[in-house]
Design a protein around this ligand. Structure first.
Ligand code: C2E
Ligand code: MG
Ligand code: MG
Length: 256
């Protein structure tokens, strides 16, 4: 892509982000998480979508990195949290045993008012809803995890929220820091499910299964697109999965 096109695209995305923030309105879709071998629905991940507009169609993989870069991620995620507070009681009333995953940017966690924002947001929920929450933190920005961030994540865990390390193994993994990070679940990046036929990939998945079992950490694989990927993951000992093979992300009405 030429530099001009790139700037043009970034400007379009900025327009879309500002529209969401000004109107305090964003669309959410939810994708199922399933237990193998029963294929029982055990969780839903909230994924945000910007409604189409003069900016055309923009996808999270395009607008989340821009929002991070131009400093709009905190405001964007607060719109997402506002909508989740509305959806959560409805989803849990219908399916009390599900876990609900929300993606949370490390940059948002480092915002000076994060603690007061999240405390206020959690205080407005019932205790039984709070304990169903998983906050997914992508590994991409793990270098931003400072002692202050670790404190914030610990505070969230004390409130009953689980912390999930999203996109684990996607490139930024800092295995030497793993033991210093507070998390409850590892979410294997989609590359692992999609390349599970390769003996080395399978060996890495098995090693991750052993690691999580030894330390009582949860493990889920995302990006599962075929029955053979699901079977191989199950054989390797990974019993929680998410991906198009099981369900695409759908608006809340689909799940109610
Ligand atoms: P993620 O959290 O790793 O979410 C999984 C992404 O993989 C989603 O893309 C989902 O639609 C896609 N996916 C699910 N199953 C499959 C599959 O079988 N195959 C393939 N190829 N893809 C699959 P989506 O919705 O486009 O979101 C992309 C990323 O944007 C998310 O990755 C997440 O990092 C970020 N994101 C989405 N919503 C939010 C949000 O509300 N806040 C933040 N901070 N990030 C968000
Ligand atoms: Mg996620
Ligand atoms: Mg992911």
């Amino acid at each position: 892509m030429k530099q001009d096109d790139l700037t043009d695209q970034t400007r379009k995305i900025e327009l879309a982000l500002l529209s969401v923030i000004n109107q305090q309105k964003i669309d959410l879709v939810y994708q199922g998480q399933y237990k193998l071998p029963s294929n029982q629905l055990v969780g839903l991940e909230a994924l945000c979508r910007i409604p189409p507009g003069p900016w055309g169609d923009v996808l999270p993989d395009q607008f989340i990195p821009v929002a991070e870069e131009i400093g709009l991620i905190t405001q964007l995620e607060r719109v997402v949290f506002k909508q989740i507070a509305i959806d959560l009681p409805q989803l849990l009333k219908r399916h009390p045993h599900l876990r609900i995953s929300i993606n949370l940017s490390i940059r948002h966690v480092t915002a000076p008012d994060f603690s007061s924002f999240i405390e206020g947001w959690l205080n407005a929920l019932s205790e039984s809803n709070i304990e169903r929450l998983d906050f997914e933190i992508t590994e991409t920005y793990f270098q931003l995890i400072s002692p202050t961030v670790i404190d914030s994540l610990q505070t969230l865990r004390k409130r009953g929220v689980r912390i999930v390390m999203d996109d684990f193994g996607s490139g930024q993994s800092n295995l030497s820091r793993l033991h210093t990070l507070p998390f409850d679940v590892i979410k294997l990046d989609k590359q692992f499910a999609q390349q599970i036929d390769h003996p080395i990939v399978r060996a890495i998945v098995k090693a991750t299964v052993a690691l999580t079992q030894e330390f009582g950490i949860g493990l889920i694989a995302e990006g599962v697109e075929t029955t053979s990927q699901a079977l191989s993951l199950q054989e390797a000992g990974c019993h929680l999965v998410q991906g198009y093979f099981f369900s695409h992300p759908h608006p809340i009405a689909h799940w109610l």
